[in-house]
Design a protein. Sequence first.
Length: 158
Amino acid sequence: MPLPSASCGFSLFETLVVCAVMGILAAAVGLSAAALVQWDRSQGAVIREAEAVQRWLDVALERGLLEQKAFTLKLPGSPSEKIVLVWQGQDFTRSEIYDSRGRCDFAVAGGKAVTAVYNPSYHSVSPGFTLCVLPPGERTPVRQVIVSPYARVRINLP
């Protein structure tokens, strides 16, 4: 029969050293695996641009309502980097251009150019439209910016 010894297990120091070595090895494996995975940064940029266009349209609709000014949106049927908004009044016409600077392209769903009109008296957009947000040079949208006839703007997955 074996006699019981004074030390039957590992000391706290030995356990901590083993945990530290295992942590260092796990971090090294994680970093090397992260370098192998290719992150799709262009898709993230397209999503951010869709959110920026949503905010831009929300601000324009809010400004039109508060100032009681109508505007038209000239939306591209084929992929384009720019959206044109033209404010119209009795004695003025002013243009704003949303430019994605090559980070994404915009195209109206359906493929035909659309001119949408905002009426501040009824707080409505006619016609409502779906704006596809595409990575540059591609035809598959990553997000859709939907503007309803009731002047509500939201982002949707395609």
